[in-house]
Design a protein around this ligand. Structure first.
Ligand code: SP5
Ligand code: ZN
Length: 353
C-alpha cells in the first residue's frame, strides 16, 4: 500500500486551544505525523510518496466539497488576521463570536467585513487555532487525499493519505475539531467523479465525523457510517446521534453508531461489524476510512479502551469488507503510540487482502 504524506503539514502548528475557560497546549501537533512516518519506514509497509497534484486539479477537487466563500476565507485568513492588528502575527487566530446558524434569526447570508466575525461565521469551536501556515498545510493534506483516491481509480486495492491537519469535522463551509478541509470527503468525491458508483465512508475516529456526515447527508451515492463516542457526552456534541439517518434522497444512507465513554474492544468491534454489514448491503465499490487512532486506551482526550494490538484486528476486519479502500489519517493524540497503532491497523489490513 502506498502512503501519500503531506510535506507541508508542519506549517500548521497551533500553540494553544481554548478548553473550559483556559488555554491549554494543542493536542493536534506535528509530531503525530512524524511518529507515523517513522513507523512506516521502520516496518517498510510500502512506498512513501508526496502527492503529485497540480494547483488547478487540487482547487477543483476541494471545490467539489467546500463552498467558494469558505475556501476564499481560508486562503486570506492569516493575512486578514494580521491586518486587524500587527501584533496578531505572534498569536494564532481563534474565534470568539458565532452566529447560531440554524436557530433564530442570526444572518449567515451576509458576509461580515469584520474578520473576527468571519472567523466565527466559518467555525463552530474555539479549539482549532488558525495559523500562518494552516491554509498551505490543509491544501497539502487535501492533495494527499486526492492522490490516494487516484491510486484506487488506477486499480490499486488500497492507499493511505497520511496528513494533518485532520479533516472529518470540517463541513462545506466551516472548520472545527482541528479540521479545515475534509480530506476524507475530498477522497470520496474524487472516487465518485472518477467513476466509482457507490462510495462508502466508514469513520473509526473516536469523535463523530460531523463534517463528512453533513457534506453527504442528502445523497444516496455516498453512504456515511461512523462509530464514535456518544455525542451526549463527547465532542462534537451537536451531531452524531443514532436517529440521524440521512435526509431527502439520502434518507437511509447515514449510519451513526454512538457508544458510551469507556467502551472496550469487544463492543466496539460489534459496532464496526454492524457498519461493515451496512456497507456490504449498500454494495459499495469503494471505501474511505477516516482513520482516527484516538480510540486508543492511552488517548488523552478520548474515552475508549482499544489496545495497540487491537488495531491489527481492526485492519483485518476492514480488509474483509473486500472493497478498494483509501485510509485517511484523522485523530489520535497519544503521540508516542500513534505511529505503532496506525501501522498496526494498516499492516493488519495488508496481511488480510
Ligand atoms: C480530528 C479530531 O479528533 N478532533 C477532535 C477534536 C476535539 N476537540 C475537543 C477536545 C477537548 C480536549 N480537551 C482537553 C483537555 C485536556 N486536559
Ligand atoms: Zn477524533
Amino acid at each position: 500500500m502506498k502512503t501519500f504524506h503531506n510535506p507541508h503539514h508542519a506549517l500548521h502548528q497551533g500553540r494553544e486551544e481554548m478548553f473550559r475557560g483556559r488555554m491549554v497546549p494543542c493536542h493536534e501537533v506535528p509530531a503525530r505525523l512524524d511518529y507515523v512516518l517513522a513507523e512506516l519506514q521502520r516496518r517498510s509497509l510500502g512506498g512513501l510518496h508526496t502527492p503529485e497534484v497540480n494547483d488547478a486539479e487540487l482547487d477543483a477537487a476541494i471545490a467539489r466539497v467546500h463552498d467558494a466563500r469558505y475556501t476564499q476565507f481560508l486562503a486570506s485568513a492569516w493575512d486578514e488576521w494580521v491586518a486587524m492588528d500587527p501584533a496578531n502575527a505572534q498569536r494564532d487566530a481563534l474565534p470568539s463570536v458565532w452566529p447560531l446558524g440554524n436557530r433564530h434569526a442570526f444572518r449567515t447570508d451576509v458576509l461580515p467585513q469584520n474578520f473576527a466575525a468571519r472567523l466565527g461565521l466559518f467555525s463552530y469551536d474555539s479549539g482549532s487555532p488558525l495559523t500562518a501556515g494552516t491554509w498551505a498545510a490543509a491544501r497539502g493534506g487535501a492533495a494527499c487525499a486526492l492522490a490516494a483516491a487516484r491510486e484506487l481509480l488506477a486499480g490499486e486495492r488500497a492507499a493511505f493519505a497520511l496528513t494533518r491537519p485532520p479533516g472529518h469535522h470540517a463541513g462545506p463551509d466551516f472548520f472545527g475539531g482541528y479540521c479545515f478541509l475534509n480530506n476524507s470527503a475530498i477522497a470520496a468525491q474524487a472516487l465518485r467523479d472518477g467513476g466509482k458508483q457507490r462510495v462508502a465512508v466508514l469513520d473509526v475516529d473516536y469523535h463523530h465525523g460531523n463534517g463528512t456526515q453533513t457534506i453527504f447527508y442528502e445523497r444516496a451515492d455516498v453512504f456515511t457510517a461512523s462509530v464514535h463516542g456518544d455525542p451526549a457526552t463527547e465532542y462534537p456534541f451537536f451531531l452524531g446521534h443514532a436517529d440521524e439517518r440521512g435526509a431527502g434522497a439520502g434518507e437511509g444512507f447515514n449510519l451513526n453508531l454512538p457508544l458510551p465513554r469507556g467502551t472496550g474492544f469487544e463492543a466496539w468491534c460489534a459496532a464496526l461489524d454492524t457498519a461493515i454489514d451496512a456497507i456490504d448491503d449498500f454494495n459499495a465499490d469503494a471505501l474511505v476510512v477516516p482513520m482516527g487512532l484516538d480510540t486508543f486506551e492511552g488517548d488523552p482526550i478520548s474515552g475508549f479502551t482499544l489496545k495497540s494490538e487491537d488495531y491489527d484486528t481492526v485492519g483485518r476486519l476492514l480488509a474483509a469488507a473486500g472493497v478498494p479502500t483509501v485510509f485517511v489519517f484523522e485523530g489520535g493524540y497519544a503521540v508516542a503510540e500513534v505511529g505503532v497503532n496506525a501501522v498496526n491497523l494498516l499492516e493488519g489490513f495488508c496481511r488480510s487482502i
